[in-house]
Design a protein around this ligand. Structure first.
Ligand code: ZN
Length: 269
């Protein structure tokens, strides 16, 4: 093996444009990979299919300006969209994985990151339907011994860090639950703040399914699915709300990672 190229600093954060010596150096320096898992899923007439990938990626990039984080290539496919929390599978462009596939992809990628020497890993999810499949994939990696001594922090929903009261300012007409916050106030606000050029602002609407029962039916009846794909209020979204949300989420991410892993700032060490 020839001598590796000189390493430029600071490292990353985007792992896909790094070289292997830089990744090795990052693992040795205690950089923490934050692996984003989202979906390719309809988000109404105004937001792109990749909304569940774009939002966590943009948030992690901002956190990575503060502390030693890396961003591995995200998983852009998630588990199937459910009618009552994502509009279901019928919309053109929604591309989803079976649960078994998602578990195995999570298991394999986490195992690979641990194999490269990262001792602390974060999985940041943005698509509600993924939650237990991600946990299972991480646990299968652990059960196989692939984690070695690594510890994985799994984040299901970043805004779970805040109580409904702490987010009352976001929902002027009251909060109806995270399940129907799909392509609605929260995601529209964050996209307006983080990637405004991707929002079709002239197409933002409010919508709701004709029926939103407390149970699922399979197959999903059409009256459980809003025609637009927007599950509640999107017009209440604003760039100002998105900027406030962004600051709140980044603060919580940094706080949790530093608390559990002691990750250093770029000025540290
Ligand atoms: Zn979403």
């Amino acid at each position: 093996m020839t001598e590796p190229l000189p390493v430029s600093r600071p490292l990353g954060p985007m792992m896909d444009t790094m070289t292997w010596p830089e990744v090795r150096e990052a693992a040795e320096q205690g950089y923490v990979p934050v692996w984003v898992i989202g979906s390719t899923e309809q988000h109404g007439p105004h937001l792109p299919l990749a909304t569940d990938v774009i939002l966590p990626l943009e948030l992690v990039k901002r956190a990575a300006e503060e502390i030693r984080l890396l961003v591995p290539p995200p998983l852009v496919f998630g588990f199937k969209s459910k009618a009552l929390s994502g509009g279901g599978q019928t919309f053109p462009g929604t591309i989803s994985l079976d649960g078994e596939t998602l578990i195995r992809v999570v298991r394999d990628v986490i195992s690979e990151l641990a194999r490269h020497g990262f001792q602390q890993l974060v999985v940041l999810n943005w698509h509600m339907e993924n939650i237990n499949f991600i946990w299972e994939g991480i646990d299968q990696a652990r059960a196989r011994g692939a984690l070695k001594n690594a510890i994985v922090m799994s984040i299901d929903r970043p805004l779970a860090a805040y109580s409904e009261d702490a987010l009352a300012w976001l929902f002027e007409d009251g909060f109806s639950g995270w399940a129907i916050e799909h392509a609605a106030t929260m995601e529209t606000s964050l996209m307006l703040a983080l990637r405004p050029e991707l929002v079709r602002t002239d197409l933002i609407i409010d919508d709701a399914a004709a029926e939103h029962p407390w149970y699922d039916l399979i197959p999903e009846p059409t009256d459980h699915i809003p025609a637009s794909g927007v599950l509640s209020r999107a017009t209440a979204g604003s760039r100002a709300k998105g900027e406030r949300l962004q600051r709140m989420i980044v603060e919580k991410l940094l706080g949790a990672i530093v608390k559990e892993f002691g990750t250093e700032s770029h000025q540290g060490a």
